[in-house]
Design a protein around this ligand. Structure first.
Ligand code: IVH
Length: 675
C-alpha cells in the first residue's frame, strides 16, 4: 500500500478508489461494508493529502461532494441529443393502440417491453467523457438546459467516475432525481424546527434542491438519482434496453428495482396494476409506468415525433394531488371533543376518487399554511389516508380573503371551545352534553373504572343513541325495561338485568363519579386526588385556579380543563340531572388533611416501572391519602412498591423485612374506605 508521506499521489488515488467503492456500496447497492466512522476517517485522510498537495486536487474526488462556492447564474448547457418527453396513456385503449402501432411498424406479432416506474422527480442529463463526469444539466426546453454540474456532484448516487476500465469516449446518461419519502418527511421536520417553510411534496423539494445556485445547500438535501437510459453515446451500446440498464448498473448507477421485462399489452397491464397496488409501499413517488420497446434496433425504425419517441409510452396512474377551491372551513367536533378544522372543497378527483373535504389538522396548521376560505389549494390523497390540504396556491388568491380563526363556541352544542395550554388541539368543553361527543362520553361514563354499569357495551350504547332513547348520561337512569325491549337482540331477561345494573350504579363513590364525567386530563388518579382534597362535588365545581393548583398532581393544564368543564351550563345541568336521578356516594366526606388520611404516618418507597401509573401519579395518590413517599429504603419504610425490573431497592427491602407491594397491592391499599 502506498504511504502518503512517500507517495501522496498514489495514496490519494488509492483512497479515492476506496471511497468511491464504499460510496457505491452505501448509496447504490444499499449494502455498506464499513462503518460511517471508518468512511469518515478515509475521507479526512484524503482531504488532508489534497490540502497539503493542491496539485493533487481534482473535481472528481469524493472530497468534492460537499459543494462549492455559489454561482451567480446557471450557464446554458446544450444536450448532445435532445431530451424528449413521453407520450401519455390514461387508459388501456391507448396502450393497445400504441402496441398495435409498434407491431405494425415493425411487422412483428408480439413485442417485448421493459416496464419501469415513472418516477415523479426531475430529469437530469449527465455527460461523461472518458469515464469522468464533465457536465450535468436539467432538461430545460429539451435542447438546452441549465448547467448544474456542481450540484450533481453532491448527489451520492451520481458516480463522479464510471466504474469501468474501458469507458466510452463520450456518453449522456439520463435519469430522474428524486427525494425518498422518509427523507422528505425528515427534511420537512428539520425545516419546521428552523421555522422554514416546508416543501409541498418531494418533487418540489427535489426541484428546489437541484436548481440551487449554492451547491453547498444541494449537498445537504437527500437527493437520489435513478437512471433510466442513455441519450447519446460515441461507443456502441448493448442491443437491448434491458442490456443498457444492466451496463449502467455496472458503471455504478442506481437502477430502479422495479424494472421488469414484460410481454405485450397483457404484460404491461399486469405491471401497471401491480404498481398501483404497491404504490403506497414504495419509498418514492411515482406517477405512472413507462413501457419501452426492449429491442433498441427497432427504435430508429419507430422514430420520434418532435416531442416524444414512438418506442415508449407513459401509462399514467391517477394523480394523488390536485388543485381545487376551498369553499368553507368548518370546525368538526370528534367523539373526544377535539375540534378539527376541515376544508370543504369544490369536489375534485384525486387518486381516482372525488374529494370534497380535507383535513387541516389543527389551528397551527391552518395558520402555517395560511389557508383561507376562497383559496385555491393543493389537495393530496395517499392510499387510504384522509385527504389533506398540502398548500395554498398563493398566486391564485383573490383579494380580500381574511385569515381563518377557530370559533369560540362549539358549532354542535354551543359550549366554549378552548385550547388548553401546550395542546395543538382545541376542545369543546361540553363533554357531558355535546351531541358530537355522546357516544364517547357514554362509553366512558359506564366503563368499569367509572360508573361500572355491567352489560352496557359499545354496540348497545350506539343503538340507544341512534334510536334517540339516550342523549346524555341522565337518560340512562330514566330507561325502563320496555324502552329496551325494542332494541336488537334484547330479551326480557337482559333488559331486566341491565336496568338492575343501571340502578346499582347509583350507589357510587365521589372519585368514580368525578372520573365518569370525562373531563379532559382527569384520569382516575386525578379524580381521586380531587375527591380527597375537596371532599365534596360542590367544592370541586367551585374550585378556583389557586384552589386546584394546591392539589398535589394538578398543574395549570389540568386546572384549566377542569374549570372549563364546570363553566359550561349544559354540563352543570347534566350533573344536576344525575344527582336528581339518585346518584349518591358516602357523604359528606370532610376534606382530608394529610395527617388524617388512611395512610397517615406511612412511608412508601417506589421502585421499578408501574404499568398503569407514572411515578408522579402514584406518589400523588399516596400523598392524597396522607402517606409519604421517600426515595430510599430504610428500617422505617412501611411499604416498598415494586413495579417491573425493581433492582437493588427491592433486595434491600427484602433483607430489612419491609413489606413489598405489587401494583395490584398498591391499588387495593389506596381503595380502602376512609376511616
Ligand atoms: S424515459 C425519450 N423513463 O418522465 C424518453 N422517463 O414525461 C425519455 N421519467 O422527462 C424518458 N421516469 O423526467 C423515462 N423510467 C422513466 C422515467 C422517465 C420518469 C420522466 C422523465 C421524462 C418524463 C417524460
Amino acid at each position: 500500500m502506498a504511504d502518503s508521506a512517500s507517495d501522496p499521489a498514489a495514496r490519494a488515488q488509492a483512497l479515492r478508489e476506496q471511497l468511491d467503492y464504499h460510496n457505491h456500496r452505501y448509496y447504490v447497492l444499499d449494502d455498506p461494508d464499513i462503518s460511517d466512522a471508518e468512511y469518515d476517517r478515509l475521507l479526512s485522510e484524503l482531504e488532508q493529502i489534497e490540502t497539503a498537495h493542491p496539485a493533487l486536487q481534482t473535481a472528481w474526488s469524493p472530497t468534492q461532494r460537499v459543494g462549492t462556492k455559489p454561482l451567480s447564474e446557471f450557464a446554458p448547457a446544450q444536450h448532445l441529443e435532445p431530451m424528449r418527453s413521453l407520450a401519455n396513456a390514461f387508459d388501456p385503449a391507448t396502450l393497445s393502440d400504441f402496441d398495435r402501432r409498434v407491431r405494425e411498424t415493425l411487422d412483428i406479432k408480439a413485442v417485448e417491453y421493459v416496464a419501469e416506474p415513472k418516477l415523479d422527480g426531475l430529469s437530469i442529463n449527465l455527460r461523461y467523457e472518458h469515464g469522468r463526469l464533465v457536465c450535468a444539466a436539467t432538461r430545460g426546453d429539451g435542447e438546452v438546459g441549465e448547467e448544474i454540474t456542481a450540484n450533481a456532484r453532491t448527489i451520492r448516487s451520481v458516480p463522479l467516475t464510471l466504474r469501468t476500465d474501458i469507458p466510452p469516449q463520450q456518453v449522456e446518461v439520463r435519469g430522474e432525481v428524486v427525494i425518498r419519502r422518509a427523507e422528505f418527511d425528515a427534511l420537512n421536520q428539520r425545516r419546521l424546527a428552523r421555522d422554514e417553510k416546508p416543501f409541498a411534496n418531494p418533487r418540489n423539494a427535489a426541484a428546489g434542491s437541484l436548481r440551487q445556485l449554492d451547491s453547498r445547500i444541494t449537498a445537504k438535501r437527500p437527493l437520489t438519482l435513478f437512471v433510466f437510459g442513455v441519450g447519446y453515446s460515441t461507443d456502441a451500446l448493448p442491443a437491448t434496453h434491458a442490456g443498457v440498464l444492466e451496463q449502467l448498473g455496472d458503471w455504478g448507477f442506481l437502477i430502479n428495482e422495479r424494472v421488469e421485462r414484460v410481454d405485450g399489452v397483457q404484460g404491461c397491464m399486469a405491471y401497471h396494476d401491480a404498481l398501483i397496488a404497491r404504490r403506497d409501499a414504495l419509498d418514492y413517488e411515482i406517477d405512472g409506468a413507462v413501457y419501452k420497446v426492449n429491442d433498441r434496433s427497432a427504435w430508429s425504425t419507430l422514430g420520434s415525433t418532435a416531442r416524444a419517441p414512438r418506442w415508449a409510452l407513459a401509462h399514467k396512474l391517477p394523480a394523488r394531488e390536485a388543485t381545487t377551491q376551498v369553499q368553507k372551513i368548518v370546525p368538526s367536533v370528534g367523539r373526544t371533543g377535539v375540534v378539527t378544522p376541515v376544508a370543504n372543497l369544490e369536489p375534485v378527483e384525486v387518486g381516482g376518487v372525488s374529494v370534497s373535504r380535507a383535513t387541516l389538522h389543527n389551528i397551527d396548521e391552518v395558520h402555517r399554511k395560511d389557508v383561507r376560505e376562497g383559496d385555491t389549494v393543493m389537495v393530496r390523497r395517499a392510499g387510504d389516508v384522509i385527504p389533506e390540504v398540502v398548500s395554498v396556491v398563493e398566486s391564485q388568491r383573490p383579494a380580500g380573503l381574511t385569515p381563518w380563526s377557530m370559533p369560540a363556541q362549539c358549532p354542535v352544542c354551543g359550549a366554549d371551545v378552548v385550547r388548553v395550554d401546550d395542546e395543538a388541539a382545541h376542545r369543546c368543553m361540553g363533554g357531558l352534553y355535546c351531541p358530537a361527543q355522546r357516544m364517547g362520553a357514554l362509553i366512558h361514563f359506564v366503563s368499569r373504572q367509572a360508573m361500572d354499569i355491567d352489560g352496557l357495551g359499545d354496540k348497545l350504547i350506539a343503538q340507544l343513541v341512534d334510536s334517540e332513547r339516550v342523549a346524555t348520561a341522565v337518560d340512562l337512569y330514566h330507561l325502563s325495561e320496555v324502552d329496551l325491549l325494542g332494541l336488537e337482540r334484547m330479551g326480557e331477561k337482559s333488559a331486566h338485568n341491565l336496568i338492575a345494573a343501571i340502578a346499582d350504579s347509583r350507589q357510587t363513590t365521589l372519585p368514580r363519579f368525578l372520573y365518569a364525567l370525562g373531563i379532559a386530563q382527569v384520569g382516575e388518579v386525578t379524580a381521586r386526588s380531587l375527591a380527597m382534597h375537596f371532599g365534596s362535588l360542590q367544592a370541586v365545581m367551585e374550585a378556583s385556579d389557586d384552589d386546584l393548583l394546591a392539589v398535589p398532581d394538578i398543574g395549570p393544564v389540568v386546572s384549566e380543563s377542569i374549570q372549563g368543564f364546570f363553566a359550561q351550563s349544559h354540563n352543570r345541568e347534566v350533573i344536576a340531572g344525575l344527582l336528581a336521578a339518585g346518584i349518591t356516594w358516602p357523604q359528606p366526606q370532610s376534606p382530608k388533611k394529610a395527617d388524617q388520611g388512611v395512610l397517615a404516618g406511612k412511608t412508601f418507597v417506589l421502585t421499578g416501572a408501574l404499568s398503569e401509573w407514572t411515578r408522579d401519579e402514584a406518589k400523588a395518590a399516596i400523598e392524597s391519602l396522607g402517606g409519604k413517599v421517600s426515595s430510599s429504603v430504610s428500617k422505617r419504610t412501611d411499604y416498598l412498591v415494586a413495579g417491573e425490573d425493581p433492582g437493588s431497592k427491592h433486595d434491600r427491602a427484602v433483607s430489612l423485612g419491609v413489606p413489598v407491594l405489587d401494583e395490584a397491592g398498591l391499588r387495593e391499599l389506596l381503595s380502602q374506605p376512609a376511616p
